[in-house]
Design a protein around this ligand. Structure first.
Ligand code: DGY
Length: 327
C-alpha cells in the first residue's frame, strides 16, 4: 500500500510536523505567506491529508480535485475558510482546534479592551512623540473598566472565559445568548436581546463564529443603538462587523472607540480608512498567539490528521455528522 501523502500549508510551532512526518509523506509549504489556491489545487490529486490554516480557502472544487482525501485539518477553532457542508457531503472529516485557545483568546480580548479604554497605545505614541511635558488633569483620560457594563455577543466558551475576567473587574455582565448557560448564570450574566445589550453596554465584545447569520451583524443600525462612550472589541472574525458602518460610527463619534484583532479583509489594506482613526486600535489577528497555545493548536491539528489517515474518528471534528452518515 502506498504511503499517505499530506500537504501542510505552513510551518508549525514546535516539533509537531516532525511527529506528523513519521506517519506519512509530508510536504510543508515553507514560505511565510500562504500558498496560492492554485498551488494547493494542483497538489490535491496526490493527497490523502490536508493540514491547513484559516488563510486557506478550501472549497468544493478543491475537495473534488482530491479524490483520495481522507482528512482536512484546520489549525484554528474557526473554520469559516472551509466549506464544511461540502466536506460532509463528500464524507471528508474536518478537524479544528476548539478549547485550547479559550483562555489565551479571552486574555487578549480583555487586553484589547483595557488598552483601548485606558488609551495605552496613544500614551506610548505621546511619549515617543516628545509630547509628555507635564502631568495634566485631562491628558489621555480614558474610560473606567472596573464596575462598567460589558456586553458579550455570543457567550460560548471564549465568551464565558471573557466573562470570568470581567467578574474580577466587578463588571455588570450582559449576554445575548446562553450557550454556556450555567457558567454565565453563576457569573451573574443577564440574558437580554442584542439591541438591549448594545444600548446598555459600556463595552461590547464579539464572540460569535462567522456564519451567514453573523455576517455584518453589527452594522449601521446596531452601532446607532450603542452609547457614544461605548467601546467595541472584536476578536471573533472581521466580517461580523460591517467595516464601512464601523468607520462612520467611529469617525462621527457615534461610539467612542474600537479594538480589532480581526478585520475584513485580512490583512487590512494599508489605505483602509479605519487605519486613519486614532480611536481604532487594530492588531493582526493574534488573540490566540501565545507560544504555548499555538503549539497546542498545532498538536491538535496534527492529531486530527493522523486519526483521519488511519480512518479513525478525529479527536476534534467540526463535522461529526460525517460519521453518523456512515454508521
Ligand atoms: C481561530 O483559531 O479560529 C482563531 O481565530 C485563530 O487563533
Amino acid at each position: 500500500m502506498s504511503r499517505d501523502k499530506v500537504f501542510a500549508t505552513r510551518q508549525m510551532p514546535g516539533a509537531t510536523l516532525e511527529r506528523l512526518a513519521q506517519h506519512c509523506e509530508l510536504e510543508i509549504w515553507g514560505d511565510f505567506l500562504p500558498p496560492d489556491y492554485e498551488i494547493i489545487y494542483d497538489k490535491m490529486p496526490d493527497l490523502t491529508g490536508l493540514l491547513c490554516l484559516l488563510t486557506d480557502r478550501i472549497d468544493p472544487p478543491l475537495m473534488d480535485a482530491g479524490a483520495n482525501l481522507k482528512v482536512i485539518s484546520n489549525m484554528a477553532v474557526g473554520f469559516d475558510n472551509i466549506d464544511v457542508a461540502a466536506a460532509s457531503q463528500r464524507g471528508i472529516p474536518v478537524g479544528n482546534t476548539p478549547g485550547v485557545l479559550n483562555e489565551t483568546t479571552a486574555d487578549f480580548a480583555f487586553a484589547l479592551l483595557m488598552a483601548v479604554a485606558r488609551r495605552i497605545p496613544e500614551g506610548r505614541q505621546y511619549v515617543q512623540d516628545g509630547k509628555w511635558r507635564t502631568w495634566h488633569p485631562t491628558v489621555l483620560a480614558g474610560q473606567d473598566v472596573f464596575g462598567a457594563t460589558l456586553g458579550i455577543v455570543g457567550s460560548g466558551r471564549i465568551g464565558a472565559a471573557v466573562a470570568r475576567r470581567a467578574k474580577g473587574f466587578n463588571m455588570r455582565l450582559l449576554v445575548n445568548s446562553l450557550e454556556t448557560e450555567e457558567e454565565i448564570r453563576q457569573l451573574g450574566g443577564e440574558k437580554v436581546s442584542l439591541d438591549d445589550l448594545l444600548a446598555q453596554s459600556d463595552f461590547v465584545s464579539m464572540h460569535v463564529p462567522l456564519t451567514d447569520e453573523t455576517h455584518h451583524m453589527i452594522s449601521e443600525r446596531e452601532l446607532a443603538l450603542m452609547k457614544s462612550t461605548a467601546i467595541l472589541i472584536n476578536t471573533a472574525r472581521g466580517s461580523v462587523l460591517d467595516p464601512k458602518a464601523l468607520f462612520a460610527a467611529l469617525r462621527d463619534g457615534q461610539i467612542l472607540a474600537a479594538g480589532l484583532d480581526v478585520t475584513d479583509p485580512e490583512p487590512i489594506a494599508l489605505d483602509d480608512p479605519l487605519l486613519t482613526l486614532d480611536n481604532c486600535l487594530i492588531v493582526p489577528h493574534i488573540a490566540s498567539a501565545s507560544v504555548a497555545t499555538r503549539t497546542k493548536m498545532a498538536e491538535m491539528a496534527v492529531d486530527n490528521v493522523i486519526a483521519g489517515l488511519r480512518g479513525e474518528r478525529l479527536p476534534t471534528c467540526a463535522n461529526p455528522e460525517v460519521y453518523e452518515r456512515s454508521e
